[in-house]
Design a binder for this molecule. Sequence first.
Ligand SMILES: [Fe+2]
Ligand SMILES: [Fe+2]
Length: 153
Amino acid sequence: MGKVKQEGDVVDLILQQHTQIRQLFSQAEQAEGKKLAKIFSELALLLEVHEEAEEKVVHPVAKAIASDVAEARVREENEAKKVLKRLKDMGPDADGFGELFQQLKEAVDAHATHEERDEFPRLREQCDESELRDMAEKFAQFQALKGGQRRPM
Ligand SMILES: [Fe+2]
Ligand SMILES: [Fe+2]
């Protein structure tokens, strides 16, 4: 498998994905039936590969800079994973899906905001440009691999 070419640094890449994630949450809120199921499975896959790539490529570097900040982010991700799993198990047609989905939306939004506000500025301060670009390539490479192996539910 060739290298995944990546424009910008790892923070640019992640910010784009945060936008995508927030958009999918909004679209899901306005959808129902088959459309909701489709958006939810796309969102679930994106969230999984996004958080996994952060855990692999970003948080370890952030941990070396400010361990409490990075550790708090990993805890938030673990919480979100549990809720996402519950949602996947119950499916979008189940009673209570909407309420739990709303809870996940708020948790993920707050989590992404914490990363944007507390974690990424430190990364940009402490890492040089080539390091951040290198991380972007690793991030994209990891996601390409994961995304290719997994299929939405
Ligand atoms: Fe995250
Ligand atoms: Fe993130």
